[in-house]
Design a binder for this molecule. Structure first.
Ligand code: NAD
Length: 246
């Protein structure tokens, strides 16, 4: 039997992509909603809620999902620290898969970045920089995927948010000790490119993922949707869905 989904952001690029492949993944978008629609109207008919909308729309939707005990898959990016904390708190009552990027390749990139960051640690004198490029219509920066890559490097090296530098301009001076660079490029119709660079003296390693079709995110989100139905309340990542924990 098909999994019944309430999809928020149904008229957007991701929403359309999910709807185009839902049936072949054993899912039915029973309740497609967009700006101005009331999620309460259809939520009881659905098994779970999938959100690919706008940052401001996520938290109200998580509250409605939690009060109806419906699991969630969240793909929307760009949330504030306060919104993130509240979503994490609400995951105590429903299972939520929350990922800035649902592609299998990018989740492998997270894993490889963690491994590389451990080997090329601070004592080996490799400087990490994260580069991302997206289409000209993307509203938030850095991308959710780049944020996650920065977090992976930060955590593996025991660093803080203060160690991350977003862009450089003017006379920022020499690279700071323990710095992680972050750079966002916007233009054209680029679906999503991410490169993690470890620059040493005399050598440089680059790990790159390029997405050329949104369908990779849609397929990952639907895989997560089927997986989350069988989980206990809590917060999960796409790495949990793929069994890619290091
Ligand atoms: P989009 O702008 O094409 O679509 C967003 C849709 O959300 C629009 O149709 C808009 O009308 C709708 N919307 C706005 N406010 C709403 C509300 N209050 N309730 C319901 N719907 C509302 O954007 P997109 O490219 O489809 O991306 C959507 C989100 O998903 C973005 O945050 C983007 O960064 C993120 N994204 C995540 C992944 C991933 O793998 N996690 C991949 C691609 C995009």
């Amino acid at each position: 039997m098909a999994v019944n989904i309430l999809l928020s952001g149904a008229k957007g690029r991701m929403g359309m992509s999910i709807q185009s492949i839902a049936l072949e993944h054993g899912c039915e978008i029973t309740c497609p909603i967009d700006i101005g629609d009331d999620p309460e109207e259809g939520i009881k008919r659905c098994d779970l809620v999938v959100d690919f909308s706008l940052r401001e729309a996520t938290l109200p939707l998580v509250k409605i999902s939690a009060s109806n005990f419906k699991p969630m898959v969240i793909g929307t990016t760009g949330h504030s620290r306060e919104e993130k904390d509240e979503i994490i708190r609400l995951s105590q009552s429903i299972p939520i898969v929350w990922a800035g990027n649902f592609s299998t390749g990018v989740n492998l990139l997270y894993y490889l970045t963690e491994q590389a960051s451990k080997v090329l640690d601070e004592s080996s004198n490799f400087d990490p920089e994260v580069l991302e490029m997206h289409h000209r219509l993307k509203k938030d920066a850095p991308s959710g995927t780049a944020e996650r890559l920065l977090e992976v490097i930060k955590n593996s090296r025991g660093l803080l948010d203060e160690n991350i530098t977003h862009g450089r301009v003017g006379m920022p001076g020499e690279r700071r000790e323990s710095e992680i660079g972050s750079h966002s490029i916007r233009g054209g119709d680029v679906v999503g490119d991410h490169t993690v660079m470890f620059a040493g003296v005399g050598e440089r390693i680059e790990l790159t993922h390029r997405a050329s079709d949104r369908v990779i995110f849609a397929a990952g989100a639907l895989r997560a949707a089927k997986w989350v139905l069988n989980q206990e309340p809590g917060l999960y990542s796409m790495q949990d869905v793929l069994g890619l924990q290091s």
